[in-house]
Structures are given as C-alpha cells and as structure tokens.
Design a protein around this ligand. Structure first.
Ligand code: 0O2
Length: 220
C-alpha cells in the first residue's frame, strides 16, 4: 500500500474522499501551491538582502515552505465543523499553502511585514498579530494571510497563502509545543498547558531582553 492511500484511509473522509484528495494533492492546486511557495521564498530572499544591508546583520535566519498534508487539512476542517470538500478547503483553510520565516529580533518581523505590504504584487487579506495578542496557549507569531499572482495556463491567478513570521525563540517554543501537544494526556493537560504558557512568557522576556541589548549596542 503506498503512502497516499494510507493517508486517505487515515483521514476518514467518507464522501467523495478520493475526489477531494486528488484535487488537493494531485491537481493544478498543488502545482500552483508549489509555485506560490517558491515565489514567496524568493521574495523573502530579496527582502532579506535589502534589510540585512540596511541593518548590517542577518534579518531572516531561516525560511521554510510547505503544502498542508491531506490528513492535517481534514483534521483542521473537522475541528472547524466544515464539510470535507475541495472548494470549502480552499475558501476556509488559509494555511493550505504556508511559508515560515524566522527573524533575528521582534522588530525585524514587523520590518519584513512592512516591506511585503508595500509590494504591488502582494495582496494582504488578513494580519493576525499573535505577538501583540498572544493566543491562550502562549503562542506568538505574526501571521499574514496574503495572495500572490501566479501566471498559469495563460492567465493570472491570485493564490492565497499564510506567512508566519517569528523569532528563533518563538519558533523554538512553537516547535516543542507542537510536539508535546500530540503526546500529552487529558489528565495532566491543564497543568501542562499552564507550564507551556509560562515557558512562552520566558521566551517573550528573552526576546525583549535581546532586543534591548541589540539597541544598546546599536547606539555605541
Ligand atoms: P499545523 O500543524 O502547524 O499546520 P483562521 O481560520 O485563519 O482564522 P486558523 O488557521 O484556524 O485561523 O488558526 P491560527 O490560530 O491562525 O493558526 C494557524 C497556525 O498557527 C496553526 O496551524 C499553527 O501552525 C500555528 N499555531 C496557532 N496556534 C498555535 C499554538 O498554540 N501552538 C503552536 N505550536 N502553533 C500554533 P495548524 O493547522 O493548527 O497546525
């Protein structure tokens, strides 16, 4: 049994499952998604060069991109109470196509977002500032839901995607939180959630302190 079939079975999508799966994983959508990821990663490279020259240090440390798996898409749609089909997924799940950029300092995150927002070939649909307004879990990052144009089959199509901008410290917390979330048992869940929230506070303090140190050095 190949991997794709296994994922389909695991997903428990009863109606039209293979049609939904093929539209998401094998059709034009996937092709456009891969192009959109490459395009945004390239745009981030250019922003990084511009800001890094200006600030005389590296602004974006790491960039990654991915298309959401079928399994994870179904899971998220079920959680949101959505019908499992392709048009609903494209309309309602903003991070089917996602890019993440890890920046050196918190102010770099906003600088990168500002430069992208000024570009005529990027449409910002939604900005979710989980740094100013962290989630209950303690999660911090700046999310931009945006559209970029892909010229495909003779026409221009605006493709929606999510860009997550965060510091290395926020990324460290989010990665461990993500791992632990799947491992924790219901019984100890509240206690562990509280511990993770406290760790997120520590991470926030660390980011603020590193920024202060950098500002002191900038003034020298
Ligand atoms: P995965 O496995 O990372 O892909 P929206 O419909 O746009 O209003 P959405 O997309 O339901 O809102 O949720 P939100 O809160 O904007 O979060 C989108 C993504 O942010 C998540 O995708 C995670 O990647 C990340 N995220 C949000 N909250 C947390 C958190 O508490 N901990 C961690 N580690 N990551 C978080 P997915 O699909 O949930 O997960």
């Amino acid at each position: 049994m190949n991997m794709d079939v296994k994922l389909q079975e695991k997903c428990e999508c009863r109606t039209d499952s293979s049609k939904f799966y093929n539209s998401l994983m094998n059709g034009d959508f996937r092709m456009k998604g891969e192009c959109a990821v490459s395009l945004l990663l390239t745009k981030l490279d250019i922003v990084n060069v511009e800001l890094s020259m200006e600030r005389k240090r590296t602004v974006i440390q790491i960039k990654t991109g991915r298309l959401k798996s079928f399994e994870s898409t179904c899971k998220k749609m079920k959680k949101k109470g959505l019908e499992l089909n392709f048009p609903t997924a494209v309309e309602r799940i903003n991070d089917l196509i996602g890019v993440r950029a890890v920046c050196s300092y918190v102010d770099d995150i906003y600088a990168v977002a500002d430069v992208l927002e000024q570009q005529s070939d990027i449409r910002i649909l939604k900005k979710k500032d989980y740094i100013q307004n962290p989630k209950n879990s303690g999660y911090r990052s700046l999310h931009l839901i945006l559209e970029i144009p892909i010229v495909f089959k003779g026409g221009t199509q605006w493709v929606k995607m999510e860009l997550q901008l965060r510091t290395a410290a926020m990324d460290y917390w989010a990665n461990l939180d993500h791992q632990l979330r799947y491992k924790k048992r219901k019984k100890e869940s509240d206690e562990i959630d509280e511990e993770l929230r406290q760790c997120a506070e520590v991470v926030d303090k660390l980011d603020k302190r590193m920024l202060e140190i950098r500002r002191k050095i900038d003034k020298l």
